[in-house]
Design a protein around this ligand. Structure first.
Ligand code: DX5
Ligand code: ZN
Length: 223
């Protein structure tokens, strides 16, 4: 299991410092939230940030597109430096085509489901996707409360993955911190996005380490 810090919660005036802090804690990937003010009622960052971060770090950049038109913008973010790009199920009319397009541009392709979107709708793309992102809050804002039924979706995805012998990763996003990472880890998530619980603390590196410790403790087999 990996912690994937979300830059949305970082200090944009000192973004490089915040990235170095979590790098020091051993993270392998950063989560980059892209919002267009249409799919969600908020804006975040565009390609200049992706390009700057790409020049600054070798960490993988996981882009979460909360936008109405991922077909136009996914290639632009990949060119700017995104390694992984996820698109919201709710906006994709031709999801199969969109996922292949992302992979053809050289990135890992993920599909995101909102809290009200059932896992069953992904049945016919689970053999295509590199990862599935389960939203555990409604997208658009950081610092919201975790929606518990998201963990049932994670367990459902794990069952489907095992039954069909597939290899996609399972990511969760929203409301995860040291208080609930134990149950998130036990549900079997591979990538845990964490924004405010990492960057809105005095020591983001220690926050990451603390969450990793809590996750390990929750999943270690007691003998
Ligand atoms: C919410 C974003 C999240 C957000 C998570 O729309 O997709 O990635 O940064 O923030 P926290 O961890 O504070 O809930
Ligand atoms: Zn996100």
């Amino acid at each position: 299991m990996q912690i994937v810090p979300s830059l949305f919660a970082a200090d944009f005036v000192h973004l490089g410092d915040d990235i170095q802090r979590v790098e020091k804690a051993g993270v392998k990937m950063l989560h980059v939230d892209i919002m267009d003010g249409h799919f969600v009622p908020n804006f975040t960052m565009g390609t200049p940030i992706t390009e700057a971060v790409r020049r600054f770090t070798r960490l993988k950049l996981d882009h979460h597109l909360m936008i109405e038109d991922p077909d136009t913008y996914a290639p632009i973010f990949i060119k700017a430096g995104a390694d992984c790009v996820s698109v919201q199920y709710e906006v994709c009319r031709n999801l199969d085509r969109t996922l292949h397009m992302i992979q053809d541009h050289g990135a890992k392709a993920g599909v995101v489901i909102n809290p009200a979107t059932p896992v069953g709708l992904l049945e016919n793309v689970l053999d295509i996707v590199d990862y599935v992102l389960v939203m555990s809050v409604n997208p658009g804002y950081g610092g919201q409360a975790f929606i518990p039924h998201s963990l049932e979706k994670v367990r459902d995805l794990r069952r489907r993955r095992a039954e069909r012998d597939l290899t996609f990763n399972i990511e969760i996003d929203g409301g995860v911190g040291s208080d609930n990472i134990g149950e998130v880890a036990r549900a079997g998530v591979d990538w845990v996005v964490a924004g405010s619980s990492v960057f809105h603390t005095a020591d983001p590196a220690e926050a990451v380490r603390e969450m990793m410790r809590a996750a390990e403790e929750a999943t270690s087999v007691k003998v």
